[in-house]
Design a protein around this ligand. Structure first.
Ligand SMILES: *[C@@H]1O[C@H](CO)[C@@H](O)[C@H](O)[C@H]1NC(C)=O
Ligand SMILES: *[C@@H]1O[C@H](CO)[C@@H](O)[C@H](O)[C@H]1NC(C)=O
Ligand SMILES: *[C@@H]1O[C@H](CO)[C@@H](O)[C@H](O)[C@H]1NC(C)=O
Ligand SMILES: *[C@@H]1O[C@H](CO)[C@@H](O)[C@H](O)[C@H]1NC(C)=O
Length: 264
């Protein structure tokens, strides 16, 4: 589930956010007008946090050939090269955004990456092996606290309100549910389950919003039912996709609704 290619299904939303951000980033005093970039989510965005989780071996990308085409060594990204946030950071004239757990990164002037491969919005998803979304939020609170101590409340609020917050979360919640108990996935209300996943994501977005965050980008949940993993797990789906897992439309609708609610 961690080895999925990138999808940029929220291209429209993200593009709009980035264009307005870039205009500010390239204004007269680029240093003062840096647009910080905070990243939350799963393997689509993880730049290496899982390298520092000792209980994890499954959800790590710290071996060859990961990283071979760009970094020339495995950084922990689930990619042979860079991930979407690396390109976005470059576009915003920011340095590569480091993983939160990487030792030595304690400034956060350009933001920080909290994403963890295998993570879900639900604490139960791959529990003990990943940094779930709520824990990622608790790391964000620590960053905020440190910034407040260093720069004061007003400057911190300004800093957090001009930042971009990028999310990719949910796929692992659905795949975990599917792979651990397929009959439960069938019998329990899928609508309730999606509601729980989206509810937990909403809570995180709302807290960031309360702290000043206004620029959010969401990647859609991939068509998980088409992944080789999902197709192999079901003996009888040798062709086509597992429709039960491809819930992206519903999730997308929820997220769009959420963003509209917050804007109004
Ligand atoms: C993980 O392992 C490293 C190296 O052995 C150690 O320094 C670190 O304290 C460990 N972290 C946790 C959370 O156990
Ligand atoms: C799977 O879910 C079903 C329905 O909720 C439940 O009866 C069953 O005990 C579960 N199986 C396992 C292995 O958890
Ligand atoms: C968040 O997920 C937990 C399960 O981890 C669930 O009990 C809770 O109701 C969810 N919260 C919301 C707001 O949906
Ligand atoms: C697999 O086969 C079973 C039994 O025929 C069927 O109930 C189920 O829907 C099939 N699953 C998929 C994904 O085609």
């Amino acid at each position: 589930m961690a080895k999925i290619s990138q999808h940029f299904l929220y291209a429209f939303l993200l593009h709009a956010v980035l264009i307005s951000a870039r205009c500010q980033a390239t204004s007269e005093h680029p240093k003062k007008h840096v647009v910080p970039f905070f990243i939350f989510g799963d393997s689509i965005l993880d730049a290496g946090n899982n390298n520092y989780i000792n209980t994890t071996t499954l959800d790590q990308a710290n071996f060859w050939p990961y990283g071979e085409t760009f970094f020339k060594f495995p950084t922990g990204r689930f990619s042979d090269g860079r991930l979407a946030p690396d390109f976005i950071a470059e576009y915003l004239n920011l340095p590569l955004i480091p993983p939160y757990l990487q030792p030595g990164n304690h400034r956060y002037l350009a933001g920080v990456n909290f994403a963890s491969a295998g993570a879900g919005a639900l604490a139960e998803t791959h529990k003990g092996f990943v940094i779930d979304l709520k824990t990622q939020l608790s790391y964000f609170r620590k960053v905020k606290q440190q910034l407040r101590e260093e720069r004061g409340d007003t400057e911190t609020t300004t800093f957090l309100s001009k930042a971009i917050y990028l999310f990719s979360i949910g796929s692992n919640d659905y795949v975990e549910r599917f792979s651990t108990n397929f009959s439960a996935f069938h019998s329990s209300s899928k609508k309730d389950y999606v509601g729980m996943v989206v509810g937990n994501l909403t809570a995180v977005v709302k807290e960031i919003y309360k702290n000043g965050g206004r620029r959010f980008g969401f990647l859609n949940v991939e068509p998980m039912g088409c992944s080789p993993y999902a197709r192999a797990a079901l003996q009888n789906s040798t062709c086509g996709c597992v429709d039960e897992l491809t819930v992206s439309r519903r999730v997308k609708w929820h997220v769009v609704a959420l963003v509209r609610t917050e804007e109004s």
